[in-house]
Design a protein around this ligand. Sequence first.
Ligand SMILES: Nc1ncnc2c1ncn2[C@@H]1O[C@H](COP(=O)(O)OP(=O)(O)OP(=O)(O)O)[C@@H](O)[C@H]1O
Ligand SMILES: [Mg+2]
Length: 318
Amino acid sequence: MSAAAPSAPAVQTEGLTRTYGSMTALSSLDLTVNRGDLFGFIGSNGAGKTTTLRILSTFLVPSGGVARVLGRDVVTQAEEVRRIIGYMPDFFGVYKDMEVTEYLDFFGACYKIPAARREKTVADVLELVGLSEKRGSLIGALSRGMQQRLGLARVLIHDPQLLLLDEPASGLDPRARIEMMAILQELQRLGKTIIISSHILSELQTLCNRVAIIERGKLIYAGPVQGVRGQIQGGNVHRVRVAAEPERALEVCRSLPGVGQATLDEDGRIRVVLGGPSPDPSVLSTAIVQAGLRLTGLEEEEVGLEEVFLHVTKGETQ
Ligand SMILES: Nc1ncnc2c1ncn2[C@@H]1O[C@H](COP(=O)(O)OP(=O)(O)OP(=O)(O)O)[C@@H](O)[C@H]1O
Ligand SMILES: [Mg+2]
């Protein structure tokens, strides 16, 4: 394997673009995924998730820009990239009449794992995804959740450093989803970098340490899940209530640094959008009290993550 920069990120794209005829599926995407990340790639139908994952896994050539996987270029070093990634497509062929071990052994042979080692490798990956008991079953006799886990076992067979999983939890019932998420956490613990796509932001909020949201092929947000609300709404929304003189309290709030917007609600509360990298609502209470006003309430508006996501992606799908 060629000398790739040892500190190169797991994935780095610069200006990554893909067009289909006159349609731009991916538009100048700049994305960095660090080693060890469990990275959520979120977007609604047609946003460009599969296109991105297929480019990263060398199945699709970009129309412009570059993409590197652990420092290797996906176009000029495609062979090397294939060896270090495991790609699980959103739709994978079902070999219904094959037995579980036969299927994994077949893929092990494709990756040129010597026959003597394959048996142990197959047993290991089955153990990892919790399918050891089904080793002799026909694939067609497995439940959907088990088939998804088998798909995961298949991409683990050559011990790749980076897993690219296109909606691995789609179509699974809540229990199977939780099981899948637990397996992914275990894989992260074992040192793998994992990119998982989904169209449900809230599904990934506890699982992933970082997420990217794309819409119409453009990046809307990249960073920790906790930052999504702040960046997309322009800040966190707080409600301030004072015993009297709400207009004066409104002026106080407006004068504060970090306050993007402050308005007086019909019920006499002040709605304040607090921005900045780490908005601290205590600046509001301190300023109100220092102005000689009596603070009777300060609370953060709970906006569901899914609500925020729906708001930004509303009507944007192609
Ligand atoms: N082979 C193709 N030919 C023409 N257009 C395509 C092709 N593949 C994808 N597209 C278009 O590119 C855009 C992005 O598609 P992509 O499959 O990457 O989205 P996605 O985010 O994976 O969506 P989904 O959630 O539905 O899987 C869509 O508008 C789609 O119609
Ligand atoms: Mg897709």
